[in-house]
Design a protein around this ligand. Structure first.
Ligand code: F0G
Length: 360
C-alpha cells in the first residue's frame, strides 16, 4: 500500500490551467504546454554570506522547457495566436525569444520566422531555432533594428508578432511573480532582475501588484532592474545607438517596454542601475562555482547588481531578496569557455592524467 502511494503520480496541471483565473484564457484557448513554469526557487547561502542579507533566493528560469523565462509568455502568446486563427508567427530576438517561439510554434503546428541581430546570438539559442525548424534571417544591426523590421513585417498581417509587444507575452510572464509569492508564502522585500527590452520587469511588477490584490502576498517588493553598462538606456534616460555587452541577451539600446520599466521602478520605490561586463562575468562565475547554479551572462546581471548595491549599503532593510536567473548557462557555451584554459588532452593513463593535473 505504502509503495503504491509513494509511487503515485502527481497530476500535472499546465501553467495556463493553474493560473487561468489571472490569464486571458477562454474555453476556446488550446491547451498548449511543454511543461513551462513551476521552476525552482533555490536558496543562495554563499551570496547570503557575502551580502549579509538574511535570505537570498534564485528563481531558476533556465529550468523552463527551452531554457529561459520566455516560455511562460510564449505558451500564452502562441495559444492565443492559434485561437485567433493565425498560421504563422514572427519575432525579433537576441536568441531566447526565438528559441521559445520556434519550439512552441512547432508544437502548435505554426510556421515561425525569426529575425536576429547578425553575429550576436549565443550558439545554444541559435541551434534551438534551427532544430525546431524556424526560418531564420540575420540582419545587420542590433536587436532594435531587428524589432523595427519585425514591426513592419507584422503590419501586413501575414504573421502574428510574438515579441513582448504582444500583450499575451507579458500576461504569461507575470506568473513567475505568483510562483515566487506562493513558494515564499509572501512577496520578497526586493526583486533583482536583468533588463533588456524591459518586458520581464514590466511583467513581474504586474504579477506582484495582482498577487497582492488576490491576497497571495501582504505587500509588493521593491524592484531593482539591472542593465549592462554598454547597453543602459534606462539608466542614462536616452536610447543607445550601438549597444555593447558580453551579455548578448540584453544588448538592447531602445527597450520596447520603456514605460513599463520606469513605472515598476517608481511605483515600487526601486531602481534601475548599470553593471559592467566584468561585474557580470564575476557573478556568472561565482554563481556556478559557489552556488552550483549555471545561468547565462545576462541573468548574472541580476546578481552582479545585488552585490553592487549590497556593497554600497543600498540594501539595508532588505531581509529577503529574490534574483531572477532568466536563462540557462548552456545557452552560451562560448562565454562559458572563457572561464578556463583549454582542456588538457593526454594519453589514457592515470600517470599522464596525474602529470597533467600537477602542471595545471
Ligand atoms: N535575460 C535573458 C536571458 C534574456 O534573454 C532577456 C531578453 C532578458 C534577460 C531581458 O528581458 O527583454 O524582458 O527585459 N531576451 C530577449 C530575446 C530580448 O530576444 O530573447 P527583457
Amino acid at each position: 500500500m505504502l509503495g503504491r502511494r509513494y509511487h503515485r503520480r502527481v497530476p500535472q496541471t499546465t501553467l495556463m490551467e493553474r493560473y487561468a483565473a489571472h490569464l486571458p484564457v477562454t474555453p476556446r484557448t488550446p491547451r498548449l504546454t511543454l511543461g513551462e513554469g513551476g521552476t525552482p526557487l533555490v536558496r543562495a547561502p554563499w551570496l547570503e554570506g557575502e551580502t549579509g542579507i538574511g535570505e537570498v533566493w534564485l528563481k531558476v528560469e533556465g529550468a523552463n522547457p527551452t531554457g529561459s523565462f520566455k516560455d511562460r509568455g510564449m505558451v500564452v502568446a502562441i495559444a492565443k495566436a492559434v485561437e485567433e486563427g493565425a498560421r504563422a508567427v514572427l519575432c525579433a530576438s537576441t536568441g531566447n525569444t526565438s528559441a521559445s517561439a520556434a519550439a512552441y510554434a512547432a508544437r502548435a503546428g505554426l510556421r515561425c520566422t525569426v529575425v536576429l541581430p547578425a553575429g550576436y546570438v549565443a550558439l545554444g539559442k541559435l541551434v534551438q531555432a534551427i532544430a525546431h525548424g524556424a526560418r531564420i534571417v540575420a540582419v545587420r544591426g542590433p536587436f532594435d533594428a531587428a524589432l523595427t523590421v519585425v514591426r513592419e513585417l507584422g503590419e501586413s498581417g501575414e504573421a502574428t508578432i510574438v515579441n513582448s509587444i504582444n500583450p499575451y507575452r507579458i500576461e504569461g510572464q507575470k506568473t513567475a511573480a505568483f510562483e515566487v509569492c506562493e513558494a515564499l508564502g509572501d512577496a520578497p522585500d526586493a526583486l533583482c532582475i536583468p533588463v533588456g527590452n524591459a518586458g520581464n520587469i514590466t511583467a513581474y511588477w504586474r504579477g506582484f501588484v495582482e498577487a497582492e490584490k488576490a491576497r497571495m502576498s501582504s505587500h509588493r517588493p521593491r524592484m531593482f532592474g539591472f542593465q549592462a553598462a554598454g547597453a543602459a538606456p534606462l539608466v542614462s534616460g536616452k536610447p543607445v545607438d550601438e549597444p555593447h555587452t558580453v551579455a548578448t541577451a540584453i544588448r538592447i539600446g531602445k527597450p520596447a517596454s520603456w514605460d513599463g520599466a520606469i513605472r515598476a521602478r517608481d511605483e515600487s520605490r526601486g531602481a534601475i542601475d548599470a553593471v559592467t561586463d566584468d561585474e557580470i562575468l564575476d557573478a556568472y562565475r561565482d554563481l556556478a562555482r559557489h552556488e552550483g547554479v549555471f545561468c547565462e551572462p545576462a541573468s548574472a546581471a541580476a546578481v552582479a547588481g545585488l552585490r553592487k548595491r549590497a556593497r554600497a549599503g543600498a540594501m539595508n532593510g532588505v531581509r529577503r531578496v529574490v534574483c531572477v536567473l532568466t536563462g540557462n548557462g548552456l545557452k552560451d557555451p562560448d562565454t562559458a569557455q572563457t572561464l578556463a584554459e583549454p582542456t588538457l588532452e593526454v594519453d589514457a593513463t592515470a600517470d599522464a592524467v596525474r602529470r597533467a593535473l600537477a602542471s595545471a
